[in-house]
Design a protein. Structure first.
Length: 250
C-alpha cells in the first residue's frame, strides 16, 4: 500500500516552475517520489530547478512553453505522457502581477494578467484532463490568493484573475469529481519570494503587521500544502480552497 504522502509512481506537471512557489513545489513533489515536468515561459529557471532535482536523485524534465498557447500546451503534455506513460497531477502555478490603481490600469496589463493567470489555468487543465481521464483519476491544483477574497490596493487585474481561479476550481470539482479527478485551490498570503523583493519596505511591514503569524510565509510552506492535496490523504477534498496566509484573513 502506498504511503499517504508518497507520490511514488505519479507524474506531476508544474507550471511557472522556474522560481518561487513553483520551484519549491516541484522539488518537494520529486522528493516525494514523483516524476516532475517543469514548465515555464522562460526556460532558464525551470532548467536550473530540473537540474537540482536530478542532482538530488529525482527525475525531472523542463519545457519552455507559454501556458496561454493551447497547441503548445497540448503538445507539451503529450510529450510528458510519451516519456513517462501517464499524467496524474497538474499544478496551475504560472502567474504574473501588474499592479496599478484602477484609473491607471493599462489594457495590455489587464489582458496579460487574465490571460496568464486565468486562461492559462484553463488551457493547462483542458490539455491535462484527457490524460487523467484515461486512468480514471487525477489531481488539479491551482494557485489562487488571499486577494481573491479581500482584494488589495492596486490589484484589480490580479484580484480578478485569482477570484476567477476559485470559480474554475469549483466548476471543475463538480464536473470532474464523478470521473475520479479532484480540483482544489491554494490561497497563499504574503510569501517571501522574488516577487516581494520589489515591494516597498513600508508595505511589507504593514502586511506582516496585519498577519497573525507576524512574518511572511516561505515557499516551502505553500509547497507542503500542495503535496498534501496531491497525496492520497486528500482523496475526499474536492472544490476546496486552502488558505496559507499566516492568519491574514482571520
Amino acid at each position: 500500500m502506498m504511503e499517504p504522502l508518497s507520490l511514488s509512481g505519479r507524474v506531476a506537471v508544474v507550471t511557472g516552475a522556474g522560481r518561487g512557489i513553483g520551484a519549491a513545489t516541484a522539488k518537494l513533489f520529486a522528493r516525494a517520489g514523483a516524476q516532475v515536468a517543469l514548465l515555464d515561459k522562460v526556460g532558464g529557471g525551470a532548467t536550473h530547478t530540473a537540474e537540482e532535482i536530478g542532482v538530488a536523485g529525482g527525475e525531472a524534465l523542463d519545457f519552455a512553453v507559454d501556458v496561454t498557447d493551447a497547441f503548445a500546451m497540448e503538445r507539451t503534455l503529450d510529450r510528458v505522457v510519451e516519456e513517462w506513460g501517464r499524467l496524474d497531477i497538474l499544478l496551475n502555478n504560472a502567474g504574473v502581477v501588474r499592479d496599478a490603481r484602477l484609473e491607471d490600469v493599462a489594457d495590455e496589463d489587464w489582458d496579460l494578467t487574465l490571460d496568464v493567470n486565468l486562461k492559462g489555468a484553463m488551457v493547462s487543465a483542458r490539455a491535462a484532463v484527457p490524460h487523467m481521464l484515461a486512468r480514471g483519476r487525477g489531481r488539479i491544483l491551482s494557485a489562487s490568493s488571499v486577494v481573491a477574497r479581500d482584494g488589495n490596493f492596486g490589484q484589480s487585474a490580479y484580484a480578478a484573475s485569482k477570484a476567477g481561479i476559485l470559480g474554475l476550481t469549483r466548476a471543475w470539482a463538480r464536473e470532474l469529481g464523478p470521473r475520479g479527478i479532484t480540483a482544489n485551490a491554494v490561497a497563499p498570503g504574503f510569501i517571501d519570494t522574488e516577487v516581494v523583493k520589489g515591494v516597498p519596505a513600508e508595505v511589507v511591514q504593514r502586511i506582516v503587521g496585519a498577519t497573525a503569524a507576524g512574518r511572511m510565509g516561505r515557499a516551502e510552506e505553500v509547497a507542503s500544502v500542495y503535496l498534501f492535496l496531491a497525496s492520497d490523504l486528500a482523496g475526499f477534498m474536492n472544490g476546496a480552497v486552502v488558505g496559507v496566509d499566516g492568519g491574514m484573513l482571520l
